[in-house]
Design a protein. Structure first.
Ligand code: C2O
Ligand code: CU
Ligand code: CU
Length: 493
């Protein structure tokens, strides 16, 4: 079906040919939900935890009786879950056996830019990249995915992505469900388009022509599996949700509208659990929720139309007007009792006060920041190590965007001039910015400084990122003026 998109603020006349229809009632929930395996590290002689990821092409049966060529890490699709504790020294050997160069970025990880795995750390086919760092942040659900210049959408769409869980003592001391794959379940949500023979349909994946958000698929994969069900055996189950889609926004809830508790956002635990019935996640965002089950019941996890303002066609472009069953959850006839959810979770870091007076203002036009297209040789911003800045991002175009930055975490100060909704409080690294929307962030930068290697900020709709909706900042030491050092004023190495 095609829809003629009426002229909207900032752009006009795109034909949008992918109405992601509702799949409600069409799934049979025949496949057990895959759980990405935990990858055991090898502990080096000096105590460093070393993980090994090998990226390669493989075959996955998504639709019954067909095969899909997919990409994955240590398997045909997605990758294993890496896990480490705050204070751990870790290393990863990432071998690229794919037919083209790629990179692996640790989304949400606080590490030096040279280890970040962005477009400045490509891995040629046949080569191994060996980043290492010390885990210096609160417990959180992080993830990894390719980030090669202009190729991120394709590489993620083909299947390279996985989780990186950080643990700490504070979280372990709480009576939260924590048995991985038992009552602590990762849910990586992604949409795909498939041809009848099972092969991945990549049409519309890149921005351009008729595709303004990038690809919106009508087949939802959860943890790389299609048409999934999950059996649970505990009263309380924690789900670690990741929107790993290229462009689709999911407003997650249950078909029976039950309440659940939001316990963590992108960067870690909230101070208190927040009861919700719906939770909107744009691409790249994570959330941890705890859900109560009754013995013997079946309940559907569903993606609902997302309330986000703007006209209905724009909502549809964001995937907002569509309803998708995601997963059937089947509770055992007797459930293990779970301890009650604590009313206080963590001493979440307070909103930091800015250390730099003037805010950094950016405009998201339809496909660029401040009318500029990403240039690997241009530094867009210089910040001081460990500083706090106000970043203000307005979406003046007619297309949904979101905003993510590397090497930092932020608090939302306000959304369109109003205090953020309760589910957007707490530390995050990715936030939705709808058409006409404006967010003000208090960004806390890392203490690592490296003037030669920039961190990225970008829209996490991957087609937009690839089309150039990305910029770069470098971090100078806390003593230096926040300006591009003279010897780097020309093209950047
Ligand atoms: Cu999840 Cu710069 O990316
Ligand atoms: Cu990132
Ligand atoms: Cu965008």
């Amino acid at each position: 079906t095609g829809l003629l998109v009426a002229p909207a603020a900032g752009f006009a006349g795109y034909l949008w040919a992918e109405s992601g229809r509702s799949n409600v009632g069409t799934l049979s929930f025949r496949n057990r939900l895959p759980i990405p395996p935990l990858l055991p590290p090898v502990v080096d002689a000096d105590g460093r935890k070393r993980f090994r990821l090998t990226l390669a092409e493989g075959r996955t049966e998504l639709l019954p009786g067909t095969g899909t060529t997919t990409w994955g890490a240590n398997g045909p699709i997605l990758g294993p879950t890496l896990r480490a504790r705050r204070g751990d020294r870790v290393a990863v050997d990432v071998t690229n056996n794919l037919p083209e160069s790629t990179s692996v970025h640790w989304h949400g990880m606080h590490l030096p830019a040279v280890m970040d795995g962005g477009p400045h750390q490509p891995i040629e086919p046949g080569r191994t990249w060996q980043p290492y760092w010390t885990v210096e942040q609160r417990a959180a659900t992080l993830w990894y995915h390719p980030h090669l210049h202009q190729r991120t959408a394709a590489h993620v769409y083909r299947g390279v992505a996985g989780l990186f869980l950080v643990d700490d003592d504070e979280t372990d001391a709480l009576p939260l469900p924590r048995r991985y794959g038992v009552d602590d379940i990762p849910l990586i949500l992604q949409d795909r388009k498939l041809h009848d023979d099972g092969s991945l349909d990549e049409s519309g994946m890149q921005f351009g022509g008729f595709s303004v958000t990038g690809l919106l698929g009508d087949r939802i994969l959860v943890n790389g599996g299609y048409d999934p069900y999950l059996e649970v055996g505990d009263e309380l189950v924690r789900f670690r949700l990741l929107n790993g889609a290229n462009a689709r926004v999911f407003s997650v809830g249950f078909a029976d509208d039950r309440e659940f508790s939001l316990v963590a956002t992108d960067a870690g635990l909230r101070d208190t659990p927040l009861p919700l019935r719906r939770l909107m996640l744009s691409p790249g965002e994570r959330a941890e929720i705890v859900v109560r089950f009754r013995p013997g019941e079946e309940v559907l996890l569903r993606g609902f139309p997302a309330p986000m303002g703007g006209n209905v066609l724009i909502r549809r472009m964001a995937g907002g007007a569509d309803t998708f069953d995601l997963l059937k959850i089947v509770a055992a006839s007797t459930l293990r009792p779970s301890p009650a959810l604590p009313s206080r979770l963590a001493a979440a870091p307070p909103v930091p006060a800015p250390t730099r007076a003037e805010p950094y203002r950016m405009t998201m036009g339809d496909f660029r920041f401040d009318e500029r297209v990403m240039d690997l040789t241009r530094i867009d911003r210089v910040v001081r190590a460990g500083s706090v800045e106000i970043w203000e991002i307005g979406n003046t175009g007619g297309i949904p965007h979101n905003f993510h930055l590397h090497g930092a975490a932020f608090h939302l100060l306000d959304v369109a001039g109003r205090p953020p909704a309760p589910h957007l409080t707490g530390e995050k690294d990715t936030v939705y910015v709808p058409p006409g929307g404006r967010v003000r962030l208090a960004v806390r930068f890392l203490a690592h400084s490296d003037v030669r290697r920039p961190y990225m900020f970008h829209c996490h709709l991957l087609a937009h990122e690839d089309a150039g909706m990305m910029g770069q900042f470098i971090t100078v030491s806390a003593r230096d003026e926040p300006q591009v050092p003279a010897d780097l004023a020309g093209p950047h190495p």
